[in-house]
Design a protein. Structure first.
Length: 535
C-alpha cells in the first residue's frame, strides 16, 4: 500500500523543505520496520518547485495472520479463506494509518528541531492514495463528506473491479487525491483518523485507550467536524460505550475551548482599570482576567464595589478569596496529596504548590487546551526535578470513574459542578465520592441568590454562559447533604466572599470529610446510582 505527499515551493520556500518537515532526507531511501511489515520512504522527486515523498508499506501477510488479527471482513462469505486472501496488504487501511504514525511521528506532532518555524505553516499539499477501501454504499460521497470540511479538495474515483470488464462495475475502492493548503501535521492527523474510518474495520482490537488516541489526533478539528459522530463510531469500531465516551468528551472539549477562547479574548482586551463585568462575564470570565500574571485585580463583586481598591479591602478578588478558603479547608484536614478536579488553567494548582505541606497535586480537566495553558503558566517544563515530581496535569472526564484518581487525601471541585448538566451530576458524584473516595472533598459553586447584587447582570441570567445551573443556598445545602449521606461523608458549609445579610456570600463552599467508620471500609457501602455512567 502506498501514499504520496507532494508540495510545491519557490526559491525562498523550496518544496524540498518537505524533507525537514517529515524528518526524512530527500536523497535517501529509508526503511522502517513496523508491526506488520516494512515501510519504505523515498522521494520520486525533490526540487525547489516540486517535492514528493512516498511511503510504501510492504505488509507481511504471514505476520498479520500470526497475530491473529488479519481477518477479512467479518461478513465475508468464506472467513477461513479470507484470512489468507484479503486486501489488507494492498489497500490503505488502519495498517497504513499506523505506519504513517510510526514513520512520521514527529511530523504528525508538528515537531521540527532544525526548522522550528516550518510546522506552523500551511503549505500547498497534494496527497495521493491509489486504493482506499470505502465501506458501505456511500463510497466516494462519504470521502467527500469526511475530508471536504477540513479544507481539502477531494477527488475520489471509484476503481473498476476489472478494467477489462467495465460491465462488472466498480470495486469498493477509490483512487483518492486530496489537495489543499494545510499544515502538514494536520494533514497527517486527518489521514491517521479518517483512513480507518473509511475502511470501517481495524486490524487490531479497539481498547478503551483508542478514545484518547482519537481525541489526541482529532484535537483542533474533530470537535467542529459535521460528521464527528460517524467518525467516532467507525473509528471506535462501533463500540457503543467508547463512542459515547468520545462524543461526550468532544462536546466538553468544544465547550471548554469556547470558554478558553472567550477568556483569551477578555485577556487580550483587559484594560488597565478593570471595568464592571458584562452579561455572562461576571463569573469565571472575570476570574480569567484575574488569573493572568500582572493583572491580579479583575472585576469581582457588585458593581459599586468593583475595582482594585475595593478588592483589596475585601481581601483580594473573589477568585483569590475562594482559593484562600479552599487552602484553609485543606489545611484543616492536613491534606498532602491533592486532586484539583476541573483544574482549568491551573491557578489553584499553582497555589497548592506553594504550600510546603502539599507533596503531590494532580490536576484533571477535560479541556486539553486549558491544560496546555496551565502547563505553560506553571512553567512545568522548567521546574526543577524535585518540584516537577509534585505536580501532574492529566486530561479526563469527571463523569467517568478513573483509577488515576484513587488514593488521594483530598479533592477540590472549584467552580466545576455548575458546568455539568444536572442529569450527569450523579455520575460525577459516584466517580469522586464513590470510586476515587478521597478523605476530604471541597466543592465551591456560585450562590445564585447573590446574583441580584451584580448590577450589570440582568435578572434571571447566570454568571457564565456555560453554567448549566446555579444553586441557592438551600439547594446547595440539600445537594451536599444528600451526597454526604449517600457516600458516608460528613459535610460543613461556609460562605466565601463579602457576606450580604440578605442574600449571603457570592460563593458557597462545602467541605466533605469521610466519616470515620466509613473510612475503615472504603467503597463498602457505595454502588453506582441508577443511570450514572461509569466504566
Ligand atoms: N477550577 C478552575 C476552573 C473552573 S471552570 C477554577 O476555579 O479556575 C470549569 C472547568 O471544569 C473547566 O476548565 C472545564 O473544562 C472543566 N470541566 C467541566 N466539565 C468537566 C468534566 N465533565 N470533566 C472534567 N472537567 C470538566
Amino acid at each position: 500500500m502506498f501514499v504520496s505527499i507532494s508540495t510545491t515551493g519557490t526559491a525562498e520556500n523550496p518544496a524540498s523543505d518537505l524533507g525537514f518537515l517529515l524528518h526524512k532526507h530527500p536523497d535517501k531511501v529509508q526503511r522502517f520496520a513496523t508491526t506488520h511489515g516494512t515501510a519504505h520512504v523515498f522521494y520520486p522527486e525533490s526540487g525547489e518547485q516540486v517535492c514528493t515523498a512516498a511511503l510504501l508499506l510492504e505488509v507481511d501477510p504471514a505476520a498479520l495472520l500470526r497475530q491473529g488479527r488479519g481477518k477479512g471482513r467479518s461478513g465475508s462469505p468464506d472467513h477461513a479463506l479470507a484470512q489468507y486472501v484479503n486486501d489488507r496488504p494492498y489497500a490503505a487501511s488502519s495498517l497504513l494509518a499506523v505506519a504513517l504514525r510510526t514513520v512520521y511521528r514527529s511530523a504528525m506532532k508538528g515537531e521540527c528541531v532544525h526548522r522550528p518555524e516550518l510546522p506552523g505553516r500551511a503549505i500547498p499539499l497534494r496527497i495521493g492514495l491509489p486504493a482506499v477501501p470505502v465501506a458501505g454504499a456511500e463510497g466516494p460521497e462519504l470521502v467527500e463528506r469526511l475530508f471536504a470540511p477540513l479544507g481539502w479538495q477531494v477527488d475520489a474515483r471509484p476503481v473498476p473491479l476489472d478494467e477489462a470488464f467495465p460491465e462488472w462495475g466498480d470495486s469498493r475502492y477509490v483512487r483518492l487525491e486530496l489537495t489543499g493548503t494545510l499544515r502538514l501535521a494536520d494533514a497527517l492527523q486527518h489521514l491517521y483518523v479518517l483512513l480507518p474510518v473509511l475502511d470501517g474495520s481495524k486490524h487490531y482490537w479497539v481498547a478503551p485507550d483508542e478514545v484518547d488516541k482519537l481525541l489526541a489526533a482529532g484535537q483542533g478539528w474533530l470537535a467542529d467536524h459535521p460528521e464527528q459522530a460517524l467518525i467516532a463510531r467507525r473509528y471506535l469500531s462501533r463500540r457503543w460505550s467508547l463512542t459515547r465516551l468520545a462524543m461526550e468528551r468532544l462536546a466538553l472539549a468544544r465547550l471548554a475551548e469556547a470558554d478558553d477562547r472567550e477568556a483569551e479574548e477578555i485577556d487580550n482586551a483587559v484594560p488597565d482599570v478593570p471595568e464592571a463585568p458584562e452579561v455572562g462575564e461576571a463569573g469565571e470570565a472575570g476570574e480569567a482576567v484575574e488569573g493572568v500574571e500582572g493583572a491580579e485585580a479583575g472585576p469581582a463583586g457588585p458593581a459599586e464595589t468593583v475595582g482594585p481598591a475595593a478588592d483589596a479591602e475585601r481581601g483580594g478578588s473573589l477568585a483569590a478569596q475562594r482559593r484562600a478558603a479552599i487552602l484553609a479547608a485543606l489545611a484543616r484536614t492536613g491534606a498532602a496529596r491533592v486532586l484539583d478536579l476541573g483544574c482549568g488553567q491551573g491557578e489553584l494548582v499553582g497555589a497548592l504548590l506553594k504550600e510546603p505541606r502539599v507533596t503531590e497535586v494532580l490536576g484533571v480537566d477535560v479541556s486539553s487546551r486549558a491544560l496546555t495553558i496551565a502547563a505553560r503558566r506553571l512553567r512545568l517544563d522548567r521546574l526543577p526535578e524535585r518540584q516537577a515530581r509534585r505536580v501532574k496535569l492529566v486530561q479526563g472526564a469527571l463523569t467517568y470513574t478513573d483509577a488515576r484518581l484513587k488514593g488521594y487525601d483530598a479533592a477540590v471541585l472549584c467552580e466545576v459542578v455548575e458546568h455539568l448538566d444536572l442529569p450527569r451530576l450523579p455520575a460525577l458524584e459516584y466517580a469522586v465520592f464513590g470510586a476515587a473516595r478521597p478523605a476530604a472533598v471541597v466543592v465551591t459553586t456560585p450562590n445564585a441568590e447573590y446574583n441580584v447584587r451584580w448590577e450589570t447582570l440582568p435578572a434571571g441570567r447566570m454568571r457564565h454562559d456555560d453554567h448549566r445551573f446555579e444553586w441557592s443556598r438551600a439547594e446547595f445545602a440539600a445537594w451536599a447533604r444528600q451526597v454526604a449521606g449517600t457516600y458516608g461523608y460528613t459535610v460543613d458549609l461556609e460562605p466565601v466572599g463579602p457576606l450580604d445579610p440578605e442574600v449571603g456570600a457570592p460563593t458557597q463552599l462545602a467541605h466533605f470529610r469521610l466519616a470515620a467508620e466509613a473510612a475503615d471500609t472504603p467503597e463498602a457501602t457505595t454502588t453506582a446510582p441508577e443511570g450514572s455512567a461509569h466504566r
